[in-house]
Design a protein around this ligand. Structure first.
Ligand code: C2E
Ligand code: CA
Ligand code: CA
Length: 752
C-alpha cells in the first residue's frame, strides 16, 4: 500500500470517528439553507467546504450541466486554482473526457487514481498536473428522474484510490448536490410560474373541491373585480348564471367528472355587469394528491363578441328596419326545407308570405325618400308583433317584406294573418304630417304543396303577390298553378315585346269617334295592336307587361310620333283629323319621365321645323290614377300641354277613384264615360241615372263628354238623350287598320 493509501485510510478512519456529529451538523446546515431558499451557489459552496472538511486533503468541485446538456459549467470549486476552474468551465462532456466529462456523459462514477497515466486525461493532463492535481474521482449528480444534473468531484495532489467510506462520502455529496439543484430549480420554477401567473393576460382562478379560492391573479380581478372581498369561494353556477343553459349544463357535467371544459359563457362582474367570457377549466390533483382542484382561465371577449355580433347583424339584417334581410330569410327557408326533405317527415310544412307595399314608388317619388323610409320603418314596427317567435320576419327588398312560418299552418290561419297584415298596414295613414294611405299586396306559398324547392317556392309567393297586385292591391292571394302558367306567358311576352318595337311589329288601329248627333267622322282613338305568331295579343295583356318593364315609354313616344305625323299629313292636305292617344300612368311616374314627355313635343317641332303645329287636333287620354297619384307635378305638365292646345281627356271615367273634386281642379277638357257604364244602361234606371249624372256634372264643369263602348241602338239613343258630346263604339265602328280608316275618311270626303 502506498503512503497515499495509508493516509487515505487513516483519514477515513478519522472521519468515521469524528464526523458523526459534525456530519449531521453540516448536513443540517445545508438542509436549512435549502429550506431557507438560499441561492444554489451558496449551498454548493457550503457542500464543497463540508466535504473538504470531512476528508482532509480533498479539494472538491461541483460542475453543473449546461441547459443544452453538452457542457459542464463551474458550480462551486473554492479550493481549486482559479486558472484551472476557468479552463474547465464549459468543457464538453464525452465518455472519455477526463473524470467529470466522462461521469456526466455516462452517468457512471469515474475514478481516476493517476491523472498522468489515465487515458481519459491524456489530452488535458497538463492542466491538472500544473495545478498540482494528480487524482480525480467524479460522481455524477443525478436527479430523482435519472437525469444527470452535473458532477461532484474530489481531487488530490497525490495519486489516490478511494476507500469504501470515500465512495460513500462522494455518493452522499452528489445526492445532496442533486437535492440542492432540484430544489433550487423548483424554487426558480415556482417564482417563474408566479411571475407568469401575475402577468398572464387572462384571468386565472384556482379553487379546491369545495370551490374555496386558493389563488386569484391580478387579471382576474381586473376583469371581474376582486370577488374575494365578498366571498372566499367561487360558485361557478352563480358566476355564470346569465349564460346559455345548455353551456352551463355541459360545464357542470364536465366539472363533476373532472374533465377539462372549454367554451363561451356569460360571466358576472362584482358590480353586477355581465361580460362574454371564454372559459377553460381544468381539474388537477392537489399537492397531496387528495382532492381535485380546478383552474379557471377566463378571457373577457366582450369587445370581440360585440364586433362579431355587429358583423353578424350587418350580414343578416337590414339597416333601415333592423329586420332580417333577404339573405338571412332565404337561408332560414333553405335550412328548414333541407331538414324537412332529409327527414321525410309527413304532415310538416311551412309557409312563405311575400308582402309588397302598394304604390311605394309613387310615395317615394312624390313625398321623398325620407318619407318612403319612414313608411318602411313604420310598417316593420307595426307588423313585427303579429308574428310568433318561430317566424322570420324580414325586409326582403326595397318595399317588400317576407314572413317565413315554420310548421303546418292552415289556410284559414294564413288568411286570418293576411287580413290582419292588410288591416294593420292600412292604418298607417300619415307620415311627417303628409297624408298617405298605405296598403300591401300579399302572396302566399306553401311547402310542400306548391313546391319542394326553395327558389321555386319563393317564386310562387312572388307570383301570388303580383297576382294580388293585379287583382286590385291591398289584398292577398294564395299561389296556384295557373299563376305559374301566367308567369311563363308574361316572361315570354316580355321577351317578345323587347324585339317588337325595333322589328316594327306594332300596328296602329283607329276607332272613329263621332259627334253625338252626326255621322261625320273627324276624330278617332288610336289603339295599339300587336300581331304575334298569327294572332293579336290584346293590349289589356301586353300593356301592363310593357309598363312593368318600362318599355311603355318608348312605345308611347312611337305612338305619339305616328299620331302627330298623321295629323300633320292631313293638315298639309288642308284636312283636319283629330286623334286621341292613350298614355299610360307609367309614362309620368318620375320627374325625369315627365320632362321627357314634354321634351318629346318640343323636339318634334324642332325636327319638323314647324312653328305652328295644329296641336288642338291631338287629345291625350289619361286615367284617373294619373291625377290621383301624382297631382302636383302632373298639374303643371298638363297645363303645359294645354298651353300648346293639346286636349286632355280622362279615360275610363268612373272605374278608378271616382273622386269628383279633381275634375274641378285639374286642367282637363273632357271625360270618357267608361264602357262598363254604357253597357249597363239597358239593365235599369239606376245605371241610366249614373250616366246622366256624370254628363250633367261634367257639363257643369265645362267638360265635354264622350260615351265609349256604345254597341246598341238603345245605348245610342240613351246617350244622345243624355246630351253626351261624342260617341265611340262598335255600334258605329270597330277599331280598324290605318288604310281602312283612311278609306273611310276618303269615302266620307267623297260623299260630302
Ligand atoms: P281604352 O283606352 O278604354 O280603349 C278602348 C277599348 O275599348 C279598346 O280596346 C276598344 O277596342 C274597346 N272598345 C271600343 N268600342 C267598344 C265597344 O263598343 N264594345 C267593346 N266591348 N269594346 C269597345 P282595346 O283596343 O283592346 O284596348 C284596350 C285597352 O288597352 C285600352 O282601353 C287602353 O287602356 C289600352 N291601350 C290600347 N292602345 C293603347 C295605347 O296605344 N297606349 C296605351 N297606353 N294603352 C293602350
Ligand atoms: Ca282610351
Ligand atoms: Ca276607355
Amino acid at each position: 500500500m502506498d503512503s497515499g493509501q495509508t493516509f487515505a485510510s487513516q483519514s477515513a478512519n478519522y472521519d468515521v470517528l469524528t464526523t458523526c456529529a459534525s456530519n449531521n451538523d453540516r448536513y443540517s446546515q445545508i438542509l436549512t439553507m435549502l429550506l431557507a431558499g438560499s441561492p444554489l451557489r451558496e449551498i454548493l459552496h457550503s457542500l464543497v467546504l463540508s466535504i473538504e472538511a470531512q476528508k482532509i486533503g480533498t479539494r472538491a468541485s461541483v460542475l453543473l450541466m449546461s441547459n443544452d446538456k453538452k457542457r459542464l459549467l463551474t458550480g462551486a470549486a473554492p479550493s481549486l486554482p482559479e486558472q484551472y476552474n476557468q479552463a474547465i468551465n464549459g468543457i464538453e462532456i464525452g465518455p472519455i473526457v477526463g473524470s467529470c466529462g466522462a461521469a456526466a456523459a455516462t452517468g457512471e462514477r469515474v475514478i481516476v487514481e493517476d491523472i498522468a497515466t489515465h487515458p481519459n486525461w491524456a489530452p488535458y493532463k497538463e492542466l491538472p498536473l500544473k495545478a498540482g492535481l494528480k487524482a480525480c474521482w467524479s460522481e455524477p449528480i443525478i436527479d430523482s428522474t435519472g437525469n444527470v444534473l452535473g458532477t461532484f468531484a474530489m481531487y488530490y495532489d497525490t495519486q489516490k484510490s478511494p476507500s469504501a467510506l470515500d465512495l460513500e462520502l462522494i455518493q452522499e455529496a452528489a445526492r445532496l448536490a442533486s437535492l440542492a439543484i432540484e430544489r433550487s430549480q423548483g424554487l426558480h420554477l415556482q417564482t417563474l410560474t408566479s411571475k407568469i401567473f401575475s402577468k398572464l393576460p387572462m384571468g386565472l382562478l384556482i379553487v379546491n373541491e369545495n370551490n374555496t379560492i386558493l389563488f386569484i391573479n391580478p387579471e382576474f380581478k381586473s376583469i371581474c373585480g376582486d370577488i374575494t372581498v365578498d366571498s372566499e369561494s367561487f360558485e361557478p353556477k352563480r358566476f355564470f348564471e346569465h349564460s346559455q343553459q345548455e353551456n352551463i349544463t355541459s360545464l357542470m357535467k364536465n366539472l363533476a367528472i373532472g374533465k377539462t371544459w372549454q367554451g363561451e359563457l356569460t360571466g358576472r362582474k362584482r358590480n353586477g355587469k355581465t361580460f362574454d367570457a371564454e372559459v377553460t377549466v381544468t381539474s388537477f390533483r392537489d399537492y397531496h394528491g387528495e382532492q381535485n382542484c380546478f383552474s379557471w382561465l377566463i378571457a373577457d371577449i366582450s369587445e370581440h363578441k360585440d364586433a362579431s355580433k355587429l358583423i353578424h347583424f350587418q350580414a343578416n339584417n337590414d339597416a333601415l328596419t333592423r329586420l332580417a334581410n333577404r339573405r338571412y330569410f332565404v337561408e332560414k327557408i333553405y335550412d328548414y326545407v333541407w331538414q324537412q326533405e332529409r327527414s321525410k317527415q309527413t304532415g310538416i310544412g311551412c309557409s312563405i308570405l311575400l308582402m309588397d307595399i302598394d304604390n311605394f314608388k309613387f310615395i317615394n317619388d312624390s313625398l321623398g325618400h325620407e318619407c318612403g323610409d319612414r313608411l318602411l320603418i313604420e310598417v316593420a314596427k307595426r307588423l313585427a308583433p303579429l308574428f310568433p317567435e318561430m317566424c322570420t320576419f324580414a325586409r326582403t327588398a326595397g318595399d317588400e317584406f317576407g314572413v317565413f312560418l315554420q310548421g303546418k299552418v292552415s289556410a284559414n290561419e294564413l288568411i286570418e294573418l293576411a287580413k290582419q297584415i292588410n288591416q294593420i298596414v292600412s292604418n298607417v295613414s300619415w307620415l311627417n304630417s303628409k297624408t298617405i294611405q298605405a296598403s300591401m299586396s300579399i302572396g302566399i306559398a306553401r311547402y310542400p304543396e306548391d313546391s319542394t324547392e326553395v327558389d321555386a317556392l319563393i317564386n310562387c309567393a312572388n307570383q301570388a303577390m303580383h297576382d294580388a297586385k293585379v287583382k286590385g292591391r291591398n289584398g292577398y292571394q294564395f299561389f296556384d298553378q295557373s299563376m305559374q302558367k301566367n308567369a311563363e306567358r308574361t316572361a315570354f311576352l316580355n321577351m317578345e315585346l323587347n324585339k317588337a318595337l325595333s322589328h316594327d311589329a306594332f300596328e296602329l288601329y283607329f276607332q272613329p269617334i263621332l259627334a253625338a248627333n252626326s255621322t261625320h267622322i273627324d276624330s278617332a282613338e288610336v289603339l295599339l295592336r300587336w300581331p304575334l305568331n298569327g294572332e293579336f295579343i290584346s293590349p289589356e295583356e301586353f300593356i301592363p307587361i310593357a309598363e312593368q318593364s318600362g318599355l311603355i315609354v318608348s312605345i308611347g313616344k312611337w305612338i305619339r310620333q305616328q299620331a302627330l305625323d298623321l295629323i300633320y299629313n292631313y293638315w298639309q292636305q288642308g284636312r283636319t283629323i283629330s286623334l286621341s292617344v292613350n298614355v299610360s300612368t307609367s309614362e309620368f311616374i318620375t320627374a325625369d319621365l315627365q320632362q321627357q314627355f314634354i321634351s318629346f313635343f318640343e323636339d318634334y317641332l324642332v325636327e319638323k321645323s314647324i312653328d305652328n303645329f295644329p296641336f288642338h287636333l291631338l287629345t291625350i287620354e289619361i286615367t284617373e290614377s294619373v291625377l290621383m297619384e301624382q297631382h302636383e307635378n302632373v298639374e303643371q305638365l298638363l297645363s303645359r300641354l294645354r298651353n300648346w292646345g293639346i286636349k286632355i281627356s280622362v279615360d275610363d271615367f268612373g272605374t278608378g277613384y271616382s273622386s269628383l273634386s279633381y275634375l274641378a281642379n285639374f286642367p282637363v277638357d273632357q271625360i270618357k264615360i267608361d264602357k262598363s257604364f254604357i253597357q249597363k244602361i239597358e239593365q235599369g234606371a239606376r245605371h241610366k241615372a249614373l250616366v246622366e249624372a256624370i254628363t250633367t256634372m261634367s257639363h257643369a264643369l265645362d267638360l265635354s263628354v264622350t260615351a265609349e263602348g256604345v254597341e246598341t241602338k238603345a245605348q245610342l239613343e240613351f246617350v244622345q238623350l243624355s246630351q253626351v258630346d261624342a260617341i265611340q263604339g262598335y255600334y258605329f265602328h270597330k277599331p280598324m287598320p290605318q288604310n281602312a280608316f283612311a278609306d273611310l275618311l276618303e269615302q266620307q270626303a267623297y260623299l260630302s
